[in-house]
Design a protein. Structure first.
Length: 170
C-alpha cells in the first residue's frame, strides 16, 4: 500500500456574514500544515482557489490555502503537486505508484466527496479514506465551533466511508 494525501478546497471566502467557519478553518489549516510537515507521502493540494506556489510568510495569514502551500515549502518538489487538473493529478499519483488516497479539506461531504478530484470520482482507481480530524463540513447549518465539528464527525461516521485519524498516516 502506497499512500498519498489530497487536500481539497481549503478556501476561506464566504458571502458577507458567513464567517462562522473562520476559526475552524484556521485551526484545520494549521493541523494540516503540521501533518504535511511530519508525513512522508506524496501530497496533492487541489483547490479551486489555489494560491501562489511562492510562500508568503506574512502574519496573520489571510488565506488558509496559502497556509497549506506554505507547509509544502521545503519538501522534496517531486513529491508534491498543487493542481486541480484531474489528469495531471492522476498522472502524478500513478508516477508515485499510489494505491491509497487520504482526503482532507473542506467541505465534507460536498467538495471532499463530490469535486472532480473528490472521493466519489477517484474511488474507481484508488482506495479512498477520509482523514477524520482533517476535514470540515462547511455545508451544515450550525454556527458554534462545537456544532460544526460535531456535524462534521457525524457526516463522516454515517457516510460508511473508510476513515482514519491523522496520527495513522505515519
Amino acid at each position: 500500500m502506497i499512500k498519498a494525501l489530497i487536500v481539497i478546497d481549503m478556501w476561506d471566502k464566504y458571502l458577507p456574514g458567513h464567517d462562522r467557519f473562520t476559526s475552524s478553518l484556521e485551526q484545520l489549516s494549521l493541523r494540516l500544515a503540521s501533518l504535511i510537515g511530519r508525513i512522508n507521502v506524496p501530497i496533492v493540494v487541489a483547490s479551486y482557489n489555489t494560491p501562489n506556489e511562492t510562500p508568503n510568510y506574512e502574519y496573520p495569514w489571510t488565506d488558509t490555502n496559502q497556509t497549506i502551500v506554505n507547509a509544502l515549502y521545503g519538501r522534496h518538489p517531486n513529491d508534491t503537486l498543487v493542481s486541480w487538473n484531474k489528469d495531471e493529478v492522476t498522472n502524478f499519483l500513478n508516477l508515485h505508484h499510489v494505491t491509497d488516497l487520504y482526503f482532507a479539506g473542506t467541505s465534507f461531504p460536498g467538495c471532499v466527496q463530490g469535486r472532480e478530484l473528490g472521493m466519489n470520482n477517484m474511488k474507481d482507481n484508488f482506495n479512498c479514506h477520509v482523514v477524520i480530524d482533517c476535514v470540515l463540513n462547511t455545508s451544515g447549518c450550525h454556527y458554534t465551533e462545537y456544532n460544526i465539528i460535531h456535524d462534521t464527525y457525524q457526516q463522516v461516521l454515517t457516510s460508511e466511508l473508510s476513515y482514519v485519524h491523522s496520527t495513522d498516516l505515519g
